[in-house]
Design a protein around this ligand. Sequence first.
Ligand code: ARG
Length: 294
Amino acid sequence: MTIELGGLLRGQAAVEATVEPRVPTRRRYLMCPPRHFTVAYSINPWMDPSQPVSTSLALEQWTALKSAYERLGHTVEVIDPVAGLPDMVFAANSGTVIDGRVLGSRFRADERAAEADHFRRWFLDHGYRDVVMPTSINEAEGDFAWTGDFILAGHGFRTDPAAHAEAQEVLGVPVVSLRLIDPRFYHLDTALFVLTEAGVGSPAQIAYYPEAFSPGSRRVLHRLFPDAIIATAADAVCLGLNGVSDGLHVVLPVEATALADQLAHHGYQPVPVDISEIRKAGGGPKCCTMELRD
Ligand code: ARG
């Protein structure tokens, strides 16, 4: 009897051990309130200027997203929005910060070009000494995902492949290039995100939607991340891959239910948010959130 009980306890421990303990780390984010949000032009397939947009609803959803981060213990810095730059809410596109080094942005669309300099000035006003502005088209964390060891970098629609080499040179970290092939997933952060950064002796974990990538890039992802969480088409089309993880809590669009279930199964805690109004411009939680890795 005693022996059986011992065996049972050992068996239970073995089952629990298959889900690794998830450890959150405190983050510092930069966000921009969508006080001038609208869809006045179309630079991605999500944007339809003929559809009505509510700036106040977008602001409400953004405020709830910011509060969610704060409830999780993260710090949120805020940059003032500028009239006439409706996409400035997508702060992720304006800089990549690793070890306190900043690589700014250079937008592909003229409509967004002026955002880059507002963020450059924010960095300089907030104590960043090492701020470099790119020479190639570079939409920053829209196309760059930090895994803890290297940057996964997207190209095909926005960021120029030459910006990948430039990021490696400026930030001093390896860059792995991936080609995006579906215009709905025009930025890397619409098709892939990092759930857990690599640590000492532990690899990074990511989630992604394979169909957004070229065949060769799919093979690269499979080779680097054999244990990745693979999202469904339904997860992807609500921008479910535009998530933000602190290693345990994963903030993601409320519609991405299959992805949330998979995450929970893998020991993460999904934190669903409603970003339906902001999605009319083609963005989700991650697009609104630049990480300041100081
Ligand atoms: N309307 C913006 C654009 O097309 C949306 C950017 C979304 N940001 C992102 N990180 N995916 O540029």
